[in-house]
Design a protein around this ligand. Structure first.
Ligand SMILES: NC(=O)C1=CN([C@@H]2O[C@H](COP(=O)(O)OP(=O)(O)OC[C@H]3O[C@@H](n4cnc5c(N)ncnc54)[C@H](OP(=O)(O)O)[C@@H]3O)[C@@H](O)[C@H]2O)C=CC1
Ligand SMILES: O=C(O)CCCC(=O)O
Length: 489
């Protein structure tokens, strides 16, 4: 591998099961490449259902000892893991940029963001409080305790190779659960590096397992994770079709399921908004990670009176963006993850322009070639175009026009998705009305970046189930148990 790390121990070409660095039983390997230049970075095991079963068994065997530990002890281990992640921030960021493509500054930011979940849940581990409820009879007492749910399966995407793992694993470990992680085919190296640091922090064998596999084997690994009766909880971030499939599979053994799925976020600019602030917020929301986040603005609704002025301001800002390989100093936008992602972006632009949209900026593969794409602005976009109904997951800002507040709300809610929404306004009546009317789990109001470990992240409608981060995130990995005490007189 040509990427240099201060701590070369972080680069692993083995999976991690029961505290051991192992190959796939089949011996098969999965090559990992750099999306910026196609360079081969490493080979990791291409595991299957039998390897996954072994990881689940290891987790089950390790569970009783882990759950019996006082929360403070688990918290101490998580805190050490957090410290180690931050000490290795630069190496983890370099590894992430190499396998995922995002600019190094964004990768550093993600390591920091990912680590914040470990720190947060190290603190929350000690606060899994129960309840005492007034009894329903003179001699009755009601007590509610929280207990770890059991073995957790975490299936994570490539767009946030560190944060999507820590956002699931940290609360699971804090709650007292063991985890089997299946990272995305494109980004297994960050997952393995996190396991190196977890091991060093004192996470016992079997409590964190990483099963790497190719896209071809993901269905069999996923099936084992969602049908094995030992697994009690499935936590998934990724596309809506795969989320639905996993939910169906998990229903056979009635597992608890958390899903963070597709977004298609509306971003509304009202005529009373501060347009410069709205441009800055949109730039952050739209072009972060080359437009490849589930909370990226996907449909931009601009009130007619300010439409033309907003287009000009946005063009001025977007035309200054620097596209390039993530490891190069001033890069603000890296490549798309793979050829399928590029194809989707091109398909959306072609569909929109065929139906009457205009390309105000960009619109083509970047001069660097490969999966580099020009930051793009489309104008005169309408609700019948694909960009209105599907998540583009790329650097394309489609600008729709609206006249009234009610029209904006109706257009924004005209989607089966409901993850994030954003709007810019300086009218307090409008702020409350629109915030309450939008059908999403999260709303940025005069703000383009909403992600933080302190807030509950999650969606409504087909964007998913459950919440990650915040104090609510711990409950996803716990069961409530009601104790009814009789004869208490
Ligand atoms: N909500 C979000 O955060 C995300 C949304 N997406 C959306 O999904 C689109 C496609 O992206 P993609 O990466 O293909 O998303 P997927 O949903 O296919 O991938 C997410 C994770 O699920 C795994 N997976 C895929 N199929 C199965 C299966 N049958 N059983 C178990 N696990 C499975 C993937 O493994 P593998 O990588 O090996 O295929 C990966 O680890 C994007 O364009 C975007 O619109 C994508 C990523 C994140
Ligand atoms: O895109 C995703 O998969 C969600 C992560 C984005 C974030 O936490 O901001």
């Amino acid at each position: 591998m040509t990427i240099s790390l201060t701590n070369p121990q972080l680069l692993r070409e083995s999976a991690y099961i029961n505290g051991e660095w192992v190959k796939a039983r089949s011996g098969d390997l999965l090559p990992v490449t750099n999306p910026a230049n196609g360079e081969h970075l490493a080979n990791v095991p291409d595991m299957g259902a039998d390897d996954t079963r072994q990881a689940i068994q290891a987790a089950e065997a390790a569970w009783p000892e882990w759950r019996a530990r006082p929360a403070k002890e688990r918290a101490g281990i998580l805190r050490r893991w957090f410290d180690l992640v931050m000490q290795n921030q630069e190496d983890l960021a370099r590894l992430m940029t190499a396998e995922q493509g995002k600019p190094l500054a964004e990768a550093r930011g993600e390591v920091n963001y990912g680590a914040s979940f470990i720190e947060w849940f190290a603190e929350e581990a000690k606060r899994a409080y129960g309840d005492v409820i007034p009894g329903h009879g003179r001699d009755k007492r009601i007590v509610v305790i929280k207990q770890p749910i059991g073995v957790v399966a975490a299936i994570t995407p490539w767009n946030f190779p560190v944060a999507m793992i820590t956002r699931k694993v940290a609360p699971a470990l804090a709650a007292g659960c063991p985890v089997v992680v299946k990272p995305a085919e494109d980004t297994p190296l960050c997952a393995l590096a996190l396991a190196v640091l977890a091991e060093e922090a004192g996470v016992p064998p079997g409590i964190l397992n990483i099963v790497t596999c190719s896209k071809a084997r993901a269905p069999e690994v996923g099936e084992e994770l969602t049908t094995n009766p030992v697994v009690r909880k499935v936590s998934f971030t990724g596309s809506t079709p795969v989320g639905k499939l996993l939910m169906r599979q998990a229903s056979g053994t009635v597992k608890k399921v958390s899903l963070e799925l597709g977004g298609n976020a509306p971003f509304i600019i009202f005529d009373d908004a501060d347009l410069d602030a709205a441009v800055a917020g949109l730039m952050a929301s739209k072009y972060r990670n080359t437009g490849q986040t589930c909370v990226c603005a996907n449909r931009i609704y601009v009130q007619s009176a300010v439409y033309d002025e907003f287009v000009e301001k946005l063009k001025a800002a977007v035309s200054k963006m620097v596209v390039g390989a993530g490891l190069e100093g001033d890069t603000q936008q890296g490549p798309l993850i793979n050829a399928a992602a590029l194809d989707k972006v091109q398909r959306h632009i072609e569909d929109a322009t065929t139906k009457g949209a205009k390309v105000a900026l960009g619109g083509k593969v970047h001069a660097l070639g490969g999966t580099f794409f020009e930051p793009t602005i489309l104008t005169d976009v309408t609700q019948d175009m694909l960009v209105a109904s599907e998540e583009t997951f790329g650097p394309v800002a489609p600008l729709f026009r609206f006249d009234t507040e009610e029209q904006a709300i109706a257009m924004a809610n005209d989607s089966e998705f409901g993850l994030a929404a954003y709007f810019y306004s300086n009218d307090i009546r409008r702020i409350w009305h629109v915030a309450e009317a939008l059908e999403t789990g999260m709303i940025g109001i005069n703000e383009g970046i909403i992600s933080t470990e302190a807030a509950p992240f999650g969606g409504v409608k087909e964007s998913g189930l459950g919440r990650e981060g915040s104090r609510y995130g711990l409950d996803e990995f716990m069961e409530l148990k009601y104790l009814c005490l009789g004869g208490m007189r």
